[in-house]
Write a protein that binds this ligand. Structure first.
Ligand code: ZN
Length: 460
């Protein structure tokens, strides 16, 4: 039997601080790649790569070894250093890769309680927006808030999110809607991310809606996003992605394509909120986008690397069969956020089953935000995915881990428990992985490990 740890040097002081050994894991869901070479599709989603009585060794924020507990405890290196290693007995527990929440909006000040009551009384999303509620009602608070106040708010959200087992979070701006307030929002994300042990991927969502003062001149706002917000966010390295809300009442296809083009020019990746309220034909948008297949005849190296990076399109409540087969043939990840359907009281959910059966790469995320999905809990999203979208518990876990990592282009570092990847783990006080989606709103995550740093949660 090969050495479990396969290391020959003594731990230095820094490594001692950060060496962590999880043993006796009843079910260790590694999500290791197996035969999959891209995001998980079809039956690949159901394979969690489970090791029973498993063990994981993490050193200096990285996963070093994954295997059986008996091999770990026999390993000479582990035996020699055992007293110096933080050891967690996971008997009777399930360990998974930390969730990758690839879609959140954490930069806001207050919950939207008036909208909540209006919706209960029967108002629609569009009616609430037309009455000055919705996204625009969060704008005033963000514009008035100081950066430190926003950063504190974002940090509190990240801490709550990680207590449910999430270790990587995509965080969008989008409630500032002016150059200064969008950059302030991204700075708040950066400040909060520096104080949180997990990994944050920042996204500029200046194109969330057209703000009040540009109502009569929306093209000027699109120009502001393309010519100022995107270049400044890129120059100051405040964002990795540019997002656009392409839907009724927000931005049309043509504007979305302009925004995608500006993102590309500035070296940023693109993603879109799309087909949440009404359908946008995906092929047309993505074909007109800089990641267009129409460009294949005239590619330079930059084009090729851009094409190699997947986009993600999120929400997808309104798709037709053509959209689904287009997604199935593309590398674009379909990110589903059923928390929004639940909170908006919709009976209809995105067609997850059809997407998976057609071969599309499906991810799950919380869409954490004050208007339509105020939840920090990926286990709750898994529950919705299973009960409302008919995904199996294993499919939901794959969608919330490795496919979320693909949606953020972090698949080399995140989303599975394999040597060399970041030490991002979630420990659940359940005997079977299916219970994570089964115990509705019950918080069973006892420990979260973020880049090797151990957090004990309330459930322990
Ligand atoms: Zn969203």
């Amino acid at each position: 039997m090969a050495a479990f740890a396969n290391r020959d040097h003594r731990l230095n002081r820094h490594e001692i601080d950060r060496a962590l050994l999880l043993v006796n894991i009843r079910q260790l869901g590694t999500l290791s790649a197996g035969r999959a070479s891209g995001p998980r599709r079809r039956t690949e989603l159901g394979d969690l790569g489970i090791i029973e009585r498993g063990a994981v060794l993490c050193v200096s924020g990285k996963i070093v070894s994954v295997g059986k507990t008996k091999d770990a405890l026999r390993d000479p290196w582990v035996r020699k250093n055992r007293k110096k290693i933080v050891e967690i007995d996971c008997a009777g527990k399930v360990v998974l890769p930390g969730f990758v929440d690839s879609h959140t909006h954490p930069v806001f000040v207050s919950p939207r309680l008036v909208d909540f009551e209006k919706r209960i009384a029967g108002a629609t999303y569009e009616q609430i927006a037309a009455a000055g509620g919705g996204i625009r009602s969060s704008v005033e608070g963000v514009r008035k808030a100081g950066k430190a106040q926003l950063a504190e708010r974002v940090l509190a959200a990240l801490q709550e999110i990680s207590s449910h087992g999430t270790t990587t979070v995509e965080a969008k701006s989008g409630y500032g809607l002016s150059l200064a307030a969008e950059l302030k929002s991204l700075e708040a994300i950066r400040t909060a991310a520096a104080k949180w042990p997990g990994t944050v991927v920042p996204t500029l969502l200046g194109a969330h809606v057209v703000p009040q003062e540009f109502q009569d001149k929306p093209q000027e706002y699109v120009a502001l996003v393309c010519e100022h917000m995107i270049p400044q966010a890129a120059k100051r390295k405040l964002a990795q992605f540019v997002d656009v809300f392409c839907d009724t009442g927000a931005f049309g296809e043509e504007d979305s394509v302009k925004i995608f083009a500006a993102a590309r020019t500035n070296g940023l990746q693109v993603r879109a909120h799309i087909s949440q309220l009404t359908r946008t034909p995906l092929k047309r948008l993505l074909t007109f986008s800089p990641a267009s297949l129409d460009h294949l005849d005239h590619l330079d190296d930059g084009d090729i690397s851009f094409l190699a990076r997947s986009n993600t399109v999120d929400h997808l409540d309104h798709l037709d069969d053509g959209d689904i087969s287009f997604l199935a043939r593309s590398n674009t990840v379909a990110t589903l956020v059923p928390g929004a359907n639940y909170f908006l009281g919709l009976r209809k959910y995105p067609p997850a089953r059809k997407l998976i059966d057609a071969g599309a790469a499906v991810a799950l995320a919380t869409d954490y935000n004050p208007g339509s999905s105020p939840t920090a809990s990926m286990p709750f999203v898994l529950s919705l995915a299973c009960t409302q979208m008919k995904m199996s518990p294993a499919e939901a876990i794959s969608a919330a881990t490795i496919n979320g990592a693909w949606a953020l282009r972090l698949q080399e570092r995140k989303g599975s428990i394999e040597p060399g990847k970041d030490a991002d783990l979630a420990v659940f006080d359940v005997a079977d992985y299916r219970e994570i989606a089964y115990w509705l709103t019950s918080d069973r995550c006892s420990h979260t490990v973020l880049n090797g740093q151990l957090l004990r949660n309330g459930a322990d």
